[in-house]
Design a protein. Structure first.
Length: 234
C-alpha cells in the first residue's frame, strides 16, 4: 500500500501535468481567438492580465511572429541593411537549428557582406561542406586588413577545436597575413602551444613570437585606452 506521503507527491505530479497542459491551451486560445486582428496595444493590455509565466509565453510568441512579419516585409524592399537586420532580429527568436538555417539563407543572399560575419561565425563548423575553415578564409579574402584581423580573432575560438590540419592551416594563414592586435596577444600563446604539440617547424614558433611581441605593444595601448575611458566615466 502506498504511503500517505507517496500519494501526496503523486497528486502534486498530476496537478503539475494538468497545469502545464491547460496553460498551453490557454495561451493558444488567447492568441488565436483574441490576437488575430487586434492592435499591439490591445494585445499588450490582454497580456498584462495574464499570470507571469503565461504573459512571457504570449509575448515570446508575439515577438516571433512580429519578427517573421518584418522579415517578409524587408524581403520585398531594396534596402539590404534593413533586410540583414531583419534576419538577425528573427533569428534571435528561433531555436538553434532553425536559427542556423536562417543564417545560411542570409549568407546565400549576401555571401561577401561584412555585416553577415555574425551569421558566418554562428554556422561555422569543421564538418560543414561550405561553412568550414576553407569557406571562412574565402569569405574574408577581400575584406580590409583591420576587418580580417577582427574576424580571424573571433574564428580562432572555433578553429582551435577543429582538426590538426585545420589548426595548421589557420596558423599558417595568420603568419602569412601577419595579423596583430591587442585582442590577439593571448591567442598567440595558444598557437605556440599547438605549434609545439603538432610538431610544426621551429620557424613557425619564431614568427609567432614576433607577431606576439607586436600584439603585446598593441595590447598595452588598448589597456591604457580602456583605463582612460573608465576614468572618464568615473
Amino acid at each position: 500500500m502506498a504511503s500517505k506521503k507517496g500519494k501526496v507527491l503523486q497528486a502534486l505530479f498530476w496537478i503539475c501535468i494538468f497545469a502545464v497542459y491547460f496553460s498551453s491551451e490557454l495561451i493558444l486560445r488567447v492568441y488565436y481567438i483574441y490576437g488575430e486582428g487586434n492592435s499591439k496595444e490591445q494585445m499588450e493590455a490582454l497580456a498584462n492580465k495574464l499570470p507571469g509565466f503565461l504573459k512571457d509565453s504570449l509575448k515570446s510568441r508575439q515577438r516571433l511572429e512580429e519578427a517573421q512579419k518584418n522579415l517578409e516585409e524587408a524581403k520585398k524592399g531594396a534596402d539590404k541593411n534593413k533586410l540583414i537586420d531583419a534576419y538577425y532580429t528573427y533569428a534571435n527568436e528561433l531555436a538553434n537549428d532553425d536559427r542556423d538555417e536562417l543564417y545560411k539563407e542570409l549568407l546565400e543572399k549576401y555571401p561577401k557582406d561584412l555585416k553577415c560575419n555574425r551569421a558566418f561565425m554562428a554556422v561555422m563548423n569543421a564538418g560543414d561542406e561550405k561553412y568550414n575553415l576553407d569557406g571562412f578564409l574565402k569569405y574574408i579574402k577581400d575584406f580590409s586588413k583591420k576587418d580580417k584581423t577582427k574576424l580571424v580573432t573571433q574564428a580562432w575560438y572555433k578553429v582551435k577545436n577543429f582538426s590538426d590540419e585545420d589548426k595548421k592551416k589557420f596558423i599558417n594563414h595568420v603568419i602569412a597575413e601577419e595579423y596583430t592586435s591587442g585582442e590577439m596577444f593571448s591567442i598567440f600563446n595558444e598557437m605556440m602551444t599547438i605549434r609545439f604539440n603538432l610538431k610544426m617547424p621551429i620557424s613557425i614558433e619564431k614568427k609567432l613570437e614576433e607577431l606576439k611581441a607586436k600584439s603585446f605593444e598593441q595590447y598595452k595601448r588598448l589597456q591604457k585606452q580602456l583605463l582612460k575611458n573608465r576614468d572618464k566615466k568615473n
